[in-house]
Design a protein. Structure first.
Length: 369
C-alpha cells in the first residue's frame, strides 16, 4: 500500500476514533448508569494509540529516519505519547474522568495535524543538515514524551480543580513531604482558623447572650510557675461547656462545605495521579534539555544560546521544578499545586508550539517558518 494512502487512512482513523472516544467519556460521566462505557473509552484510546504508532512506524520505514522532523510527525508523536500516558494513568486511577480531559486534547492534536496542515507539511522529506544526527532520536523523542507526560499531569490537575470546586481541602491519599501537617479531617476546608483555648479567648458577654441559661464568669489564678492564666468558670453543669465551645468553633469555620465522600475520593485520586505523572515527565524534560545542550554544542559550538525554544524550555523546567519542590519539601497538596500545574500546561504549549508560531529561532526549521 502506498505510504500516502496508508497515512491518510491512519490519521483519519485516529481522529475519528478519538472523537468517538471523547463522546463516550463525556456521556459516561453524565450517565454513570450506562454499563461498559468506560471499557469502550479505554478501547478507543488504545485503538488511537495503535493507529498513531503504526503511522509513525510506517513513516520511519519509508523515510529511513526517526519520524520527528516536521510538525506533522511531531504532533502525531505527541498524540501517541498522550494516549500512552493516558492508558497508564487510567489504569492506575481506575477513573474514567482521566479520559474526559485527555481525549479532547489528543483529538484536537490529531485533527489539527490531519485536517489543517497543508500536504507539503505532511509529506516526508529529506532531513535538513542540522537534523542529520543520532541526537535527533535521543533529544526530540525524550522532549516530546516529557511534554506528553506534563500535559496529562496538568490536565489531571485541572480536573482536580473542577472536582474539588476550587476548595482548599486537606487530602489523605497524596504525597506528604517532611513539612507536612494533618490538622484537619480529610475533605474539610484547611482554611479554618485555629480556635484558641477557651480559658483565654471566649467572649463571655457574647456567649451569655447566646445562651441565657449558661453564665460564664472569669477569674484570675496563679499557676505553680507564678504566671497568671485566665480561667473560665461555669455556673451551670459542665456539660454546657461542650455546646458553648462547639458553637464558638462553628462561628469561626469558613462557609466552605466538605466534599462528599465520593468526590473526595475522586479528588484524592486525581491529585495523586497528577503528581505521579508530572513526577515522570519532569526527569524526562531534564534529560531532554541536557541532551539538547550536548547536541547544540556538537552542531553549533555552544551548549546554550538563549534561543526562544531554549528559554521557554528553561521556564517550563522551572515551573514544574517549583511544583515538585512545593509538594515534596513544603507538602503542598490540593488547590495550590493544581493551580501551578495548570499554569505549567499553558507554558508547555508555548514552549512546544507557540515559540515557533510567534518568532524565528534555531528550532523553527521544518515547522511554520
Amino acid at each position: 500500500m502506498n505510504l500516502l494512502v496508508l497515512q491518510n487512512f491512519l490519521d483519519n482513523t485516529a481522529f475519528a476514533t478519538l472523537f468517538m472516544t471523547m463522546l463516550v467519556y463525556w456521556v459516561g460521566t453524565a450517565f454513570k448508569s450506562i454499563p461498559y462505557l468506560s471499557t469502550l473509552g479505554t478501547a478507543g484510546m488504545a485503538i488511537a494509540n495503535l493507529c498513531t504508532a503504526t503511522l509513525l512506524g510506517a513513516r520511519w520505514l519509508e523515510a529511513g529516519y526517526f519520524p520527528l522532523s516536521n510538525l506533522y510527525e511531531s504532533l502525531f508523536f505527541l498524540a501517541w505519547g498522550i494516549t500512552t500516558i493516558h492508558l497508564i494513568a487510567e489504569n492506575r486511577s481506575r477513573s474514567h474522568l482521566v479520559g474526559v480531559v485527555t481525549a479532547p486534547v489528543a483529538m484536537g492534536i490529531t485533527g489539527f495535524a490531519a485536517l489543517t496542515l497543508p500536504e507539503s507539511m505532511q509529506s516526508a522529506e529529506p532531513l535538513v543538515p542540522a537534523l542529520k544526527s543520532n541526537w535527533l532520536m535521543m533529544h526530540v523523542s525524550v522532549m516530546m514524551l516529557s511534554y506528553a507526560a506534563l500535559m496529562v499531569g496538568s490536565l489531571l490537575a485541572i480536573a482536580f480543580l473542577i472536582v474539588s470546586g476550587g476548595q482548599n481541602i486537606q487530602l489523605q491519599g497524596s504525597s506528604i513531604g517532611i513539612g507536612g501537617y494533618r490538622l484537619h479531617k480529610a475533605g474539610q476546608p484547611v482554611s479554618q482558623p485555629k480556635v484558641a483555648a477557651v480559658s483565654n479567648t471566649i467572649d463571655t458577654e457574647s456567649i451569655n447572650k447566646a445562651f441565657p441559661d449558661t453564665q460564664i464568669v472569669t477569674s484570675k489564678a496563679h499557676r505553680n510557675d507564678n504566671t497568671a492564666a485566665g480561667l473560665a468558670v461555669l455556673t451551670t453543669p459542665i456539660q454546657k461547656l461542650d455546646s458553648v465551645v462547639e458553637a464558638s468553633k462553628q462561628a469561626l469555620i469558613t462557609n466552605s462545605q466538605p466534599l462528599s465522600p465520593q468526590r473526595l475520593t475522586l479528588a484524592e485520586t486525581l491529585d495523586n495521579i497528577s503528581y505521579r505523572v508530572i513526577g515522570l515527565g519532569f526527569p524526562l524534560l531534564t534529560i531532554g534539555i541536557i541532551a539538547g545542550a550536548v547536541w547544540a554544542n556538537e552542531a553549533w559550538g555552544s551548549y546554550w544560546s538563549w534561543d526562544p525554544k531554549e528559554t521557554w524550555a528553561l521556564i517550563t523546567w522551572l515551573i514544574f521544578a517549583a511544583y515538585l519542590h512545593a509538594r515534596i519539601t513544603r507538602s503542598w497538596q490540593g488547590r495550590r499545586p493544581a493551580i501551578l500545574a495548570a499554569t505549567g500546561f499553558v507554558v508547555v504549549w508555548i514552549c512546544y508550539l507557540g515559540v515557533n508560531m510567534l518568532g524565528k529561532g534555531l528550532h523553527s526549521y521544518g515547522w511554520f517558518f
